[in-house]
Design a protein around this ligand. Structure first.
Ligand code: ARG
Length: 479
């Protein structure tokens, strides 16, 4: 037990103590190292090693600025930059040993730099703190994650648009309440997801534009007395401007929340498409067959082809939404400025980048590889009197009836069709005329599936011609 704390109960076992000495970077006033459990709860190197490249980029920009402003000697900056460049290469090549006793990526890199170049390494941390350092590193990382997400979503849109073009006239049932409603085309259905992903991409761009400010130079929380040039590091790191307030700079994690919120909405869209795959590949639908590359078998039922990837895309949306809730909750009641709670910001973001990246890639593969069963779609589209609305619309247009009355008459013709175990086109004209004497044989022109979809030429509608134009417009707008 630590001599500094009096325990009121007998410890079950002597607390483990790490054999490390006091931390070499901040342990000046510490006589000994942390308890093993303290080291474990405190260390972030197990995950923030993923910030290595960003950390080194930030340090190089900082060192250069310090020398330009005469805060450190040019020769020291050169040594620092050369050392950091070597370290970056070692890390990229997997030749770097991360040490848990050095807590995080920032101190791992700085300690390695000291080993390599000696005394000048000690000058790198002038006019900065790990608080503005980590805020900078993490923004750089999230910015790359946003760019990756946008690229992935664009690739998925490309696959969807290609399918839309090929299936602009492929008739399938359109559903409301998952009940057959009106026929649509498969191409139209694909383009619906292209629109969702287009909004996702616009959220990605908004988030990126909002977050692209450089916190470096806020130092621990209050700024620094050194004559730094924040615009210099801002420009070197590709940010649009420096952040305006030092307290906000080290405590703000909106950029991570924005990323997670954007990711969560995108994941929900992917989950909806994945759910459609689960339905469509079932024996009850058979609209789509996934390729072998995107199906799995059952270890007991030899006939099975399971859509596991689609199910996992559906499920991963749950953990992505969870990570958004998690980080919102971490940040919710934090007083200004930095608190170690903020170290918990990284794992959710890393996991979302991994998970969502997989989801986007898997769906892109599935869409590109699937076989569309046009016969099964058409067969399903014919079930459930899907052209009843077309009949009602005809009564309005041809006979001048009010829509409400047309609806009523159509319902009676639907009942007649059911009584005869046929579809609307199978009800003889005479039987229709018993219900509404003014009906003529022309009504049969609107009762077919192809006529129904072809008639819906309104902007954004499902007519094959309209879908072809929409696909061309989507190409123009998104690709
Ligand atoms: N590993 C820390 C984090 O991720 C870096 C910042 C530490 N700052 C501090 N004052 N202890 O948040």
């Amino acid at each position: 037990m630590s001599e500094l704390h009096t325990e009121h109960r007998e410890p079950a076992a002597p607390a483990e103590r790490s054999d490390s000495a006091a931390n070499q970077l901040w342990g000046g006033r510490f006589a000994r190292g942390p308890a093993a459990v303290m080291e474990r709860i405190n260390a972030s190197i197990g995950f923030d090693c993923r910030l290595a490249e960003q950390d080194i980029r930030g340090s190089i920009a900082h060192a250069r600025m310090l020398a330009d402003r005469g805060i450190i000697a040019g020769g020291d900056a050169d040594a620092i930059i050369a050392g950091l460049t070597e370290i970056a290469a070692d890390i990229a090549a997997g030749r770097f040993a991360f040490k848990v006793e050095l807590e995080d990526i920032h101190m791992n890199v700085e300690a390695a730099l000291a080993e390599r170049i000696g005394a000048p390494a000690g000058r790198l941390h002038t006019a900065r703190s790990r608080n503005d350092q980590v805020a900078t590193d993490f923004r750089l990382w999230v910015r790359d994650a946003l760019d990756r997400l946008e690229d992935g979503l664009k690739a998925l849109q490309t696959a969807l648009i290609e399918r839309a073009e090929a299936h602009a006239a492929t008739v399938m049932p359109g559903f409301t309440h998952l009940q057959s409603a009106q026929p649509v085309t498969f191409g139209h259905h694909m383009l619906a997801y292209v629109e969702m992903l287009g909004r996702d991409r616009s959220r990605v761009r908004d988030a990126r534009a909002r977050m692209n400010e450089c916190p470096l130079g806020a130092a621990a929380l209050a700024g620094t007395p050194f004559p730094i040039d924040r615009w210099s590091t801002t420009t070197a790191l590709g940010f649009d401007r420096p952040t305006a307030n030092s307290l906000d700079s080290v405590s703000d994690r909106d950029f991570a929340l924005d990323y997670l919120a954007t990711a969560a909405i995108a994941a929900v869209h992917l989950s909806r498409l994945a759910e459609e795959f689960v339905l469509w590949t079932s024996d009850q639908f058979r609209f789509v067959r996934l390729s072998d590359a995107f199906s799995t078998g059952s270890s007991i039922m030899p006939q099975k082809r399971n859509p596991d990837a689609a199910e996992l895309v559906r499920a991963k949306s749950g953990r992505i939404i969870g990570h958004l809730m998690g980080l919102l909750t971490v940040v919710k009641a934090l007083p200004l400025a930095y608190a170690k709670d903020l170290q918990e910001d990284k794992e959710p973001v890393f996991d979302v980048d991994d998970s969502l990246g997989l989801c986007v890639a898997a769906l892109t593969g599935m869409v590109g590889d699937m076989t569309v069963d046009q016969v099964a779609m058409r067969r399903a589209a014919a079930v459930g009197h899907p052209t009843a609305t077309d009949l009602a619309d005809w009564l309005v247009r041809a006979l001048g009836l009010p829509f409400r009355q047309a609806h009523h008459i159509t319902a009676r013709i639907v009942a007649e069709a059911d009584a005869r175990h046929t579809d609307l086109g199978g009800v003889p004209l005479a039987a229709m005329q018993v219900i509404e004497p003014q009906i003529t044989a022309e009504v049969f022109d609107v009762l077919g599936l192809d006529a129904a979809v072809a008639s819906r030429t309104s902007l954004g509608g499902t007519a094959p011609e309209t879908v072809r134009r929409a696909a061309a417009a989507a190409r123009e707008r998104y690709l």
